[in-house]
Design a binder for this molecule. Sequence first.
Ligand code: DO4
Ligand code: MG
Length: 279
Amino acid sequence: MKLYKKGVQVYIEHEGVFFASTMNWDALVNRPHLYPYLLKHLSDCSQINAMDEQGDWDPPIGSQELWAAGVTYLRSKEAREKESAQSGGGSFYDKVYDAKRPELFFKSLPHRVAGNKSFVHIRRDSTWDVPEPELTLFVSSEGTIEGYTVGNDMSSRSIEGENPLYLAQAKVYDRSAALGPCLLIPENPINADSLIQLKICRDEQLIFSGETSLSKMKRSLKELADFLMLETTFSNGVMLMTGTGIVPPDEFTLQVHDRVEISIEHIGTLINHVQKINR
Ligand code: DO4
Ligand code: MG
């Protein structure tokens, strides 16, 4: 089952049939055993005609905070070790990759998150920028993983590489995160070997493509969710990006007008265009 959001309206796709829900996002999603609840809820919804699943949907987030995990794939550890070697920060990535405690950081409030087919930003004070394609979880306030979406953790590698203490500035700014196009609520947990793909196009030409599998993640999804919930309550649940396993080569940086496409098997494709704001 897939949930799509536009303004205050939530739409539900189930087995190729589309419904308009009578409930708002926060009231609908935040519960353990969400899939069986939604199945019953469909009888209270009105059926609608076709819906464009690749449309310009709002991000599938209500009042939830968006958090992110880092250095959960070998590729991320290696790229960051190299990027911060000169600043002396390289060994931190090595340590966190093997540590019991994962790297978790606050990424965004909902109003800064971009939806499908909208813009993501690169910072004016950054010279080296990449998208990070990441499976993103919806974790209920009780700590259960109920849903999955496609996430883009936009990152400034020049700022992060200058000093690891600049992480928040490299990661948190307007439209530095995108989520969508929908929230997948499956009957069973997502396949552990689901594929994640990244394509970047410039002037309609494919200039980078990469692929990884969830099976390459060093930590389990539950481990990440459990650590996040350890000492923090999220009364409407929380969204959690789970780290990137695809990093373009060092000579690559995003440019204005680039198109970023991130696909995760079973969920869909998140498309965003790159913009820089001149204030
Ligand atoms: O430590 C820096 C951030 C790591 C990250 O965002 C990732 O691995 O995806
Ligand atoms: Mg990331």
